[in-house]
Design a protein around this ligand. Sequence first.
Ligand code: SAM
Length: 277
Amino acid sequence: MSVGCDTNISEHDFIRLVNFVKAGYGIDLEGKQFIVQSRLANYVADCGFRNFSEYLEAVFDDNSGREVANLINRLTTNHTYFMRESEHFDHFREVFLPQAEKAVKDHDLRIWSAGCSFGNEPYNLAMCLDEYFGFRQHDWDLKILATDISFNALRSAARGVYTENALHDLPEEWRRKYFEQRSHGLYQVKESLRSKVIFKYHNLMEEIGFKKKFDLILCRNVMIYFDDDTKSHLCRRFYDVTEDGGYLYIGHAESAPADMPYVKQKPAIYRKEVSGK
Ligand SMILES: C[S@@+](CC[C@H](N)C(=O)[O-])C[C@H]1O[C@@H](n2cnc3c(N)ncnc32)[C@H](O)[C@@H]1O
């Protein structure tokens, strides 16, 4: 850490930062001053800023987007793991896929993992798809879209390398089938499965410009950091890009907005009613 750097955040600067992150990314950092300070202190000092105010000015003035991307990498909470909230994977295999197989006539199944973090969620879905469709998958387009605002998380997700521990909750057969061992207890998702997931930067606060509607959107443990208004707008936008009869999965610890346009099917599982019903 460089000498003479004051990494304490003043109340005024903290409010400026909270407002900036909330307006641009939806994440509500209010009351998290200590966490924010601890996540940024080393970086601010190592980069030679004299104090936090100077660092903030660099973030606000940065036209390259690099400083902001760095800030977001540090402030997002990317905790994730395989088989998280396994009820969703049960529903996916037992309800969603049999319905979709009948309903999706052009065989272009559209699944979006929104806020995918390190990729565990979309790879987990890809494993379920591979198992469910087997040889039939050659007649289908089963690519999964996976998006996030953290470039660090997206880079790591695209590599698909995990520790042996991280694979613990996956069935033994899947570990053998979908991963290959690399050095030092690390395992990489096989290329055949990695090629089924398309990772992209997308900020959920911005317009959803993807070409076709989705049969399933997963936005799990992301809205937990958003306030009610932001959640409500986002669910409305998700709804507009969901096919009739399509689903939204949210995290079990998250509450749906009061004006949730989808119909609740089960805890954390919502459906867009088929028109005419
Ligand atoms: C806790 S992780 C959840 C990962 C995964 N969905 C799960 O349930 O395990 C939340 C992720 O949401 C991302 N995120 C937060 N705000 C976002 C936004 N405005 N747009 C896109 N992703 C966002 C974060 O970068 C982080 O990777």
